[in-house]
Design a protein around this ligand. Structure first.
Ligand code: NAP
Length: 309
């Protein structure tokens, strides 16, 4: 750690952060990308990315992330494994508090993405890693020949249910409404998959099991009637929460904690930009996150030029 002030620090190494990093490094900016763990973001746990333009053959999310990182490093982007814990505007520069100390930059791009949400029912925490999972790509193969419950009705739930159905003997998608939120293409694929069944208007009230998951207590939301669905695994895909704890009190967030930006990715703090899933208006696609990252970078360059002028 030094007293140096970087031109740009990018926080987060998913598609938005890496896209910004590719442009920044190629433009010769003094730029550092901070990532708390492995670069790649949420696509790393996506079995297959089939809608990213330019890749007609579906690509594992891990592989797409690896290629983005390789491209960024090839342009000379420096990446440090360091969690950011706070952000303090200091006039012409921005202070970042990190697990390793403090860093300063003239501009910051926040691209910290979002993390999975829990359903918060008895048994969920205790049985996490013992049959309760939040990543089909990681844990789906563990349930070969088994019975699986998937909770949720969005794109993630349906996409992951389809992936898990490659291994499991049956997948029951438990959804709290009578229709899926997931897009048409995924809805069609799921209804054509004989291993997938739906429990509509149903919520999981409890996850059962001693050492391992043995079933769930499911409740019909109209009648309140409860029944047990025996299963070996429970996968929860009920949306995400933004990774913005370190921004509280420093940058304007919406009521769900996502960063508020304008269409040029500018936040409430001059010099601080946000891109990708962490942003309030994000449509949460790899392609849109990449676009956000590039927009944020070009705006950050305008900001830097303004500081010089
Ligand atoms: P999401 O779209 O927010 O869907 C969350 C689902 O969980 C909804 O069906 C919701 O029910 C349900 N839910 C929320 N809280 C719940 C609770 N406490 N108990 C039971 N159910 C609950 O989240 P997502 O599926 O993770 O998708 C996130 C974003 O990524 C979306 O914009 C999506 O389009 C995008 N995405 C796209 C792709 C793709 O294009 N292939 C793949 C994955 C994700 P309700 O429907 O009743 O609200």
């Amino acid at each position: 750690m030094t007293d140096e002030i970087h031109e740009l620090i990018i926080v987060g190494g998913g598609p938005a952060g890496l896209a910004a990093g590719i442009y920044a490094a190629r433009d010769g900016l003094d730029c550092l990308l901070l990532e708390k763990g492995m670069a790649g973001g949420q696509i790393v746990v996506t079995a297959e990315v089939a809608n990213y333009p330019g890749f007609p053959e579906p690509l594992a999310g891990m592989e797409l992330a690896r290629r983005m990182e390789e491209q960024a490093r090839a342009f000379g982007l420096r990446i440090a494994e360091e969690a950011v814990t706070g952000l303090v505007p200091e006039g012409r520069s921005i202070l970042l508090r990190t697990a390793a100390g403090e860093r300063r930059a003239r501009a910051v791009i926040v691209a910290t993405g979002a993390s999975y949400r829990r359903i918060g029912v008895p048994g969920e925490e205790r049985l996490a890693g013992r049959g309760v999972s939040y990543c089909g790509t990681c844990d789906g193969p563990l349930f070969a020949g088994g019975r699986v419950v998937v909770v949720g009705g969005g794109d993630t739930a349906v996409e992951e249910a389809l992936f898990i159905a490659r291994f499991a003997s049956s997948v029951t998608v438990v959804h709290r409404r009578d229709s899926l939120r997931a897009g048409r293409h995924l809805r069609r694929r799921a209804s054509a998959e004989p291993k997938i069944a739906f429990a509509w208007n149903t919520v999981v009230r409890e996850i059962l099991g001693g050492e391992k998951v043995q079933g769930v207590i499911a409740e019909d939301v109209a009648s309140d009637r409860r029944r047990e669905i025996p299963c070996d695994g429970v996968f929860v895909f009920v949306g995400t929460m933004p990774n913005t704890g370190f921004l509280e009190g420093a940058v304007a967030l919406d009521d769900r904690g996502y960063v508020v930006t304008d269409i040029r990715m500018r936040t409430s703090v001059p010099g601080v930009f946000a891109a990708g899933d962490v942003r309030a208006d994000s449509v949460r696609q790899v392609a849109s996150s990449v676009g956000d990252g590039v927009t944020a970078l070009l705006e950050a360059e305008c900001h830097l030029a303004g500081l010089e002028g």
